[in-house]
Ligand binder design. Structure first.
Ligand SMILES: Nc1ccn([C@@H]2O[C@H](COP(=O)(O)OP(=O)(O)OP(=O)(O)O)[C@@H](O)[C@H]2O)c(=O)n1
Ligand SMILES: O=C(CO)[C@H](O)[C@H](O)COP(=O)(O)O
Length: 411
């Protein structure tokens, strides 16, 4: 990605009450896979190295909540600012930390370009941020747009259709938006109370008060704003889908284990990217470390021991050190191999109890452990059983159901 040659900071308004979504918790603090929505937007900004300061604007009663989220998820470069009664007033407060000395916040270095992005739009990528920043540098203001889903119509006083707009000519204004700082700050300074209380469009303020015609940049579909309850469900599904794109299969070098690992790899690879490694975990394999630093949130550990406590504990320790489970729950499937007719029934109960206890313990570290038994009478039925194991694996990593941890599924 092109380096950014200007100083850029971001303001994330997160001071609303989420009336349209309903419920006691404002939507920006609702948990998605255990983590508040606002933390996803903060993370999206934080991983962009060229964004200096990230200002999160929250209502006065949520300042402590926001600070504890920053602490818990290790967010960096974030300043929390007190919001106002409307979105525009919150954004204005956020901008002020770059321009005015305030008793509650220290004055921060004024950026040349400022990004404004709703804290309830969690899937913003570096690519679109770069596009709006580059366009803002050239045009003074820029914002992401999307095609309209429905036609916009106006009703008359009698409640009947007055006129309708030609859909193809209009666009939905989304976020992120970016501005030369001086332009948007001057615009806010000139705003009337009516603008601040009823306005919904920052690009419009730049046009109205600074004669700046924003450049409009086509955005991706997942820039939409979480507004209604169904949007929370959609966001959670997108997160789960992103998390289930890759799996790492860990086997030891024993022949039977490696064979099942290979067959599982073959069976899974049409649905998901598979990394397969044969290792002794105690060697702290560097390949595994690379996988941790990549974007893998699912691990399948195949073993033919009754319960490979030490190996699994090592893997958990390594995962914990990697910091991945801080931001997303990890799925760890312990596959137990039994290629004989009798063993299953003799180990079942003991195995179940151990896995359950272990799963409960590591859930505190945001690691979801499931057991999967591949039981096979003979080598002829192995392929069929492996296919069933692959299907169960996919269901577990897609669903990431915390209630099912510690259960031993039988392929
Ligand atoms: N006084 C306000 C109102 C809104 N926002 C923020 O502006 C963004 C977009 O606004 P919207 O979706 O309207 O959020 P809410 O106002 O919370 O929702 P609702 O209108 O349903 O109450 C959200 O991140 C919201 O927290 C803000 O910072 N300060
Ligand atoms: O999409 C936007 C364009 O600036 C804003 O996020 C939107 O207008 C906010 O409005 P509301 O707070 O009423 O949802």
């Amino acid at each position: 990605m092109e380096p950014v040659s200007v100083a850029v900071s971001a303001v994330l308004p997160a001071g609303g009450s989420g009336e349209r979504l309903g419920g006691a918790t404002p939507k920006q603090f609702c948990g998605l896979q255990g983590r508040p929505l606002v933390s996803y937007a903060v993370r999206a900004m934080e991983r962009v190295s060229w964004i200096s300061d990230i200002i999160v604007v929250v209502s006065p009663e949520n300042i402590e909540t926001m600070k504890s989220i920053i602490e818990k998820y290790g967010h960096k470069r974030v300043t929390v600012v007190k919001g106002g009664v409307t979105r525009h007033r919150s954004i204005f407060n956020g901008l002020k930390v770059f321009a005015e000395n305030q008793s509650s916040n220290r004055l921060l270095q004024k950026p040349e370009v400022v990004i404004i992005h709703d804290a309830v739009r969690p899937f913003v990528e570096e690519d679109i941020l770069l596009k709006v920043v580059t366009a803002a540098k050239e045009h003074g203001a820029a914002g992401a747009i999307r095609p309209l889903v429905s036609t916009v119509i106006a009703s008359g006083e009698d409640g009947c259709l007055d006129h309708s707009l030609e859909r193809a000519r209009y666009r939905a204004s989304e976020m992120p938006q970016a501005f030369l700082f001086d332009i948007i700050y001057q615009a806010y300074q000139q705003c009337t109370d009516h603008d601040l209380d009823y306005g919904t469009e920052c690009l419009h303020l730049a046009l109205k008060y600074c004669k700046t015609n924003a450049k409009l940049v086509e955005g991706t579909a997942d820039l939409w704003k979480v507004t209604y309850k169904r949007d929370l469900y959609a966001a959670e599904s997108i997160i789960k889908d992103n998390l289930s794109q890759q799996i790492c299969i860990i086997t030891d070098l024993k022949e039977a284990v490696a064979q099942v690992g290979f067959l599982l790899h073959e069976s899974l690879k049409s649905q998901v990217k598979v990394e397969a490694i044969s290792i002794s975990l105690s060697k702290n394999d560097s390949h595994l470390q690379n996988i941790f630093s990549g974007e893998c949130y699912n691990f399948l550990c195949i073993n033919d021991k009754e319960y490979a406590t030490e190996e699994i504990q090592q893997l958990v320790d390594m995962l914990e050190k990697s910091n991945i489970p801080l931001l997303y729950p990890i799925v760890l499937i312990l596959v137990h191999l039994s290629i004989s007719e009798n063993i299953f029934f003799s180990i079942e109960l003991e195995e179940l109890t151990k896995i359950k206890k272990f799963a409960r313990e590591v859930k505190k570290k945001n690691i979801l452990v499931y057991g999967l038994l591949i039981q096979c009478k003979d080598h002829f039925s192995l392929q069929e059983t492996v296919n069933s194991a692959a299907a169960l694996t996919m269901a577990l990593i897609k669903d990431r159901n915390p209630e099912l941890i510690g259960q031993l599924l039988v392929a």
